[in-house]
Design a protein around this ligand. Structure first.
Ligand code: MOS
Length: 755
């Protein structure tokens, strides 16, 4: 039985150091084979016809002309029986989101611009697109609604037949908010809005599929092949054993690649029809409309505080858009947990609109919540004349109020705030002159937490060979975050095998064992203990072999840096000298994660600080510097850790300043479905002055590697810190994200009119 309750590491040799990625060369040189790079002999190229209207009923799809186009080998529409696959349907079916209305792969009722109508496979991508353009489709265009508040008004166009409100409001209640507000010296209320954002990963969504008889192999860009395998097998009516999904490399997902995509199933059906491999990758424009987003939210937040800074009540009423099919994003969690507050009421509703359904997006719901909660905390602190950092330190909770006040396994928010403030030079920066214009400066802080969940255990294998080299076999996908590197470090740490002597096989349902997709910042947190457990089993087997060979009790021996040493540190045997290992050529350890703590809750914490300058003549806002202090437990690899934080800060700048899906209220179409009009931050929008402060608390209770997850926490409070800095600079509370020059000029003008 693998050891799942290992002692915490003491001094480490590999873990926690700045170690370059094991696959860095492959990634930067272009030799890494991403799914979009896969070229198979005899491969066809597919393209999809999508609904050009915000909402429409498809009257007729005429494929005759498309079928005759040069190079076309197959066409597919809802008229084909094999394409009538249920989608967005009740739980259990492919793409399941618990939709009140069952839909199909090519459903005749299109509820958003970009919904799939037909597909073509041809010899070249150009021929496939020419054929798509030759499809004659007739629509009965229906009225559409793209604003969540409009969608809930009586007489609004119906997105879902059962109504545009998705289910009853979800409520979380603690104490009595009315009493809490009565006890408060200051009560503030504000409505905050966030915009819908698109994931925009470097590698666009898509698959390459091949049938070998009734065995389906898929190279798919996703966050975990096991998350794709099961729904794909269901869609194609195949046993799991006949569906192999491979995702050795992938170019980012941010949550948009956790689910099975229609494109994968369409490619699989076209490949079966033609008897040839099919490649189907979306265009950037398609990906803007059809493969997910971070939904917009409207958050009404009311808060009560006493003069001494004690919070008395928090009340959040949230409305979120879900798109045309349900995919819920809840925003309330931090309101109920981050700060000590006896009286809390959270009520959340969600509305269907005629737009692509949302998907998990880097810390689903949390950056939105921070935008509201952390600006409110800033406003409360000002009202009672307290420093915003002090105010947060006074109120942070050391127990999980959302789970019966269980303690956290470790809680470093105080350290994040104090160490971050020190690195930022917070006190001095607050007092510095803001300038007299047109550029004015300000600083802001925001805190946050993330709701890590480990999920079911994965199974990992570590093998040691007689020459002392090793292999690591795990199901986890590496999204570009450095997962492979971090996991290899664990093997190196336990077995003393240098990284360049470790071969890694990962993210392939045909050759590795089950793990949940990489999401929720849980991969290192949940899977590195399994890797450690597998390595420890290898160690135990090696020691048994050595004990037998040396005729010494196994308890007298230790495995250190690839050699067997006796008590007192005398080196006894090298791995290559183990006769038993030479005979069997390999020793395999199989690892799973030990049990999760039951009486405690695992949460990463963060505090971030921003300095901005705002041009009060043009409305421009620039981020000048950022400090990010994170308690994510033990730092596994300083370099990948820093990369995650810098990526999170960058996304936070997009959330705060530039990113917004714009929908046309008349046509129901997306107006900026391209990388020119949809603005993700570039190097010019991100300050060079970024400081990452790891609060390297080794969490000995969360798991055997002591780590809690960094990917999502890194982006949670960034936008709120920028908004608070904006307020400090201008004295204007900008409640609607993003902070665009137009918004800023409007608010400045309003203030001027008020005098
Ligand atoms: Mo994440 S939004 O769980 O990839």
């Amino acid at each position: 039985m693998p050891e799942t309750t290992a002692k915490p590491w003491g001094e480490t040799k590999f873990v926690g150091k700045p170690i370059p990625r094991v696959d860095g060369y492959e990634r930067v040189s272009g030799t890494a084979e991403y799914p979009s790079d896969v070229v198979l002999p005899n491969m066809l190229h597919a393209a999809i016809l999508r609904c050009p209207h915000g909402q429409a009923q498809v009257k007729r799809v005429d494929l005759a002309k498309a079928r005759e186009m040069p190079g076309v080998r197959a066409v597919l529409s809802d008229a084909d029986k094999e394409a009538q696959i249920p989608w967005y349907a009740p739980p259990g079916s492919p793409g399941s989101t618990g939709s009140p209305t069952a839909s199909r792969l090519f459903d005749p009722h299109c509820r958003f611009e970009g919904e799939e109508i037909a597909a073509v496979a041809a010899e070249t991508p150009q021929q496939a697109w020419d054929a798509v353009r030759a499809i004659r489709a007739e629509y009965n265009v229906l009225p559409s609604v793209v604003d969540m508040e409009e969608a809930l008004k009586p007489g609004a166009p119906a997105v879902q037949e059962s109504g545009n409100r998705w289910g009853a409001p979800r409520e979380t209640k603690r104490g009595d908010v009315a009493q809490g507000f009565a006890e408060a010296d200051v009560v503030l209320e504000e409505t905050y809005r966030t915009s819908c954002e698109i994931h925009t990963p470097s590698e666009i969504h898509g698959s390459v599929v091949r049938w070998d008889g009734d065995h389906l192999t898929v190279w798919d860009t996703n966050q975990g092949p096991f998350g794709i395998q099961a729904p794909l097998a269901a869609a194609m009516s195949l046993p799991l054993s006949k569906v192999r999904v491979i995702s050795h490399y992938m170019g980012g997902g941010f949550g948009s690649k956790l689910n099975l995509g229609k494109y994968t199933v369409i490619a699989a059906v076209l490949a079966r029809k033609t008897g040839r491999p099919v490649r189907l990758f979306l265009t950037r424009e398609e990906s803007f409309r059809a493969v997910g987003n971070r939904p917009a939210h409207i958050m009404k937040l009311k808060a009560g505080v006493k003069k001494d800074g004690t919070l008395t009540a928090l009340q959040l009423t949230g409305l979120g858009e879900v798109g045309a099919y349900p995919a819920g994003t809840s925003v309330g969690y931090q309101v109920g947990d981050l700060y000590r507050c006896p009286n809390v009421l959270i009520s959340e509703s969600q509305a269907f609109i005629n737009a692509g359904p949302n998907r998990a997006f880097r810390a689903p719901g949390f950056p939105q919540c921070s935008w509201a909660l952390e600006q409110m905390m800033d406003a409360l602190a000002e009202k009672i004349g307290m420093d915003p950092v002090e105010f947060r330190i006074k109120n942070y909770s050391a127990v999980c109020q959302m789970q019966q006040n269980k303690p956290y396994t470790s809680a470093g928010l105080r350290e994040c705030l104090t160490e971050g403030a020190r690195a930022f030079n917070w006190k001095d920066a607050r007092l510095r002159s803001k300038g007299s214009g047109p550029w004015v400066r300000g600083v802001g802080v925001a805190a946050g937490m993330w709701g890590s969940q480990s999920g079911p255990p994965s199974t990992v294998r570590v093998s040691l060979y007689p020459d002392g080299s090793a292999s690591l076999n795990m199901g986890a996908a590496d999204l570009g975050t450095g997962t492979k590197t971090v996991m290899a470090l664990v093997v190196a740490e336990e077995l003393g095998v240098p990284l360049d002597r470790i071969q890694i096989e990962n993210a392939d349902t045909g050759t590795t064992e089950f793990t949940r997709p990489s999401g929720g910042s849980k991969t290192v947190f949940a899977d590195s203990p399994a890797v450690r457990s597998a390595a420890l089993e290898v160690k135990a087997r090696v020691l048994e072999m050595a004990a037998a060979q040396l005729k010494l009790p196994v308890t007298d021996l230790a495995f250190q840096e690839g050699a067997i040493v006796a008590q007192g540190g005398t080196r006894k045997l090298a791995v290559r000298e183990l006769t038993q290992l030479r005979a069997q050529q390999v020793v395999v350890g199989v690892g799973v994660r030990g049990p999760d703590p039951v009486d405690k809750v695992v949460r990463p914490f963060v505090a971030q600080f921003a300095e901005v300058e705002v041009n009060i003549r043009t409305g421009e806002t620039r981020v000048l510097r950022l400090v990010a202090a994170h308690d994510s437990g033990r730092v596994m690899d300083l370099l990948t850790y820093r990369s995650q934080v810098i990526g999170g800060l960058t996304m936070g700048i997009g959330f705060a300043l530039t990113e917004r899906r714009i929908m046309d209220a008349v046509t129901g179409k997306m107006a900026n479905a391209n990388c020119h009009d949809y603005k993700i931050p570039t190097a010019k929008d991100v300050p060079a002055d970024k400081t990452v402060i790891p609060i390297d608390l080794h969490d000995t209770e969360c798991n055997t590697t002591g780590t809690k997850g960094i990917g999502e926490p890194a982006t949670i409070p960034t936008a709120a810190a920028i908004a608070n800095a904006f307020y400090h600079a201008t004295g204007i509370r900008i409640t609607a994200a993003p902070i665009t020059p137009a918004n800023v000029l409007t608010l400045l003008e309003e203030r001027r009119k008020r005098g």
